[in-house]
Design a protein around this ligand. Structure first.
Ligand SMILES: Nc1ncnc2c1ncn2[C@@H]1O[C@H](COP(=O)(O)OP(=O)(O)O)[C@@H](O)[C@H]1O
Ligand SMILES: [Mg+2]
Length: 247
């Protein structure tokens, strides 16, 4: 089986990005007519199986069996499906932290990723996390401070800026996780169950931020195992039996 072809993974957070495979297309531009239809992310025919257990009980779990996803500029799309349907697996493949068995992923623009399990350092404060990720994103110090202040304000966690992650509540960790994904103002934002730990005010704030991104032509893909606010999404994609379908 061939490795998936992946283009331009700039700005990704959340883990190690696999090195380029020989089939990769160079510049990250997805060929399309922007006046008609302009995907910033396109994944086609993604397959992924996990090998589980040890011999003689060794078996293969086919999680993704030809999943396709497309995300256009200014679109907010929900990726839904039952627990265990492969949503996080697909998102990790889109971001590049997990290799697919087959299929292609094309990306045009900078990506921000909010993993389902916050990948935070217990002994660093919120401020230190934002500084660290600012450097990793290649932002200058003033831009990082400006973006961090705006995120403290909009997500309401400024009072925890000097607190180590080990001392934070689950909800504040979720806010920091989201803030790190938003820090560099990515073109494509991939969020894996971002509001699981949010209180109601933060949940509403999250949707305000998402609407602002849509209005600015940014794209957001939100994984959720349940969708209560259908109208907040432009479109839903459901993972069922390893394939993506319109629910
Ligand atoms: N690293 C792994 N090794 C083996 N099985 C895994 C691994 N990661 C996920 N799985 C299994 O793959 C299936 C899909 O998992 P996941 O992508 O996390 O689903 P979802 O996010 O939709 O709940 C589940 O049955 C899960 O147990
Ligand atoms: Mg998941």
């Amino acid at each position: 089986m061939s490795a998936p072809a992946v283009t331009d993974q700039g700005g990704v957070r959340g883990g190690e990005v696999p090195s380029a495979s020989p089939g990769i297309v160079a510049d990250g531009h997805i060929g399309c007519n922007p006046a008609v239809h302009c995907p910033v992310l396109r994944a086609e025919g993604i397959t992924k199986a996990y090998r589980r257990g040890v011999w003689p009980r060794r078996h293969q779990l086919d999680v993704l069996q030809g999943a396709d996803v497309e995300l256009c500029a200014g679109e907010v799309v929900g990726l839904v499906g039952e627990n265990g349907s492969g949503k996080s697996t697909l998102m990790k493949i889109l971001v590049g932290t997990l290799g697919a068995d087959d299929g292609t992923v094309q990306i045009s623009g900078r990506m921000g990723y909010c993993p389902q399990e916050p990948l935070l350092y217990d002994r660093l404060t919120c401020e230190e996390h934002l500084d660290l990720f600012g450097v990793a994103y290649g932002m200058d110090a003033a831009a990082t401070v400006g973006a961090a202040e705006a995120l403290y304000e909009s997500l309401g966690f400024a009072r925890w800026r000097d607190t180590q992650v080990a001392e934070l509540s689950g909800g504040t960790r979720a806010k920091l996780n989201l803030a790190l994904a938003l820090l560099a103002d990515p073109d494509i934002l991939l969020l894996d169950e971002p509001y699981a730990g949010f209180d109601w005010d933060t949940y509403l704030k999250f949707w305000e931020l998402t609407a602002e991104r849509r209005a600015a032509g940014r794209s957001v893909l939100v994984v959720s195992h349940f969708v209560t606010d259908h109208e907040r999404f432009d479109r839903l994609v459901e993972l069922r039996a390893g394939k993506t379908v319109s629910p």
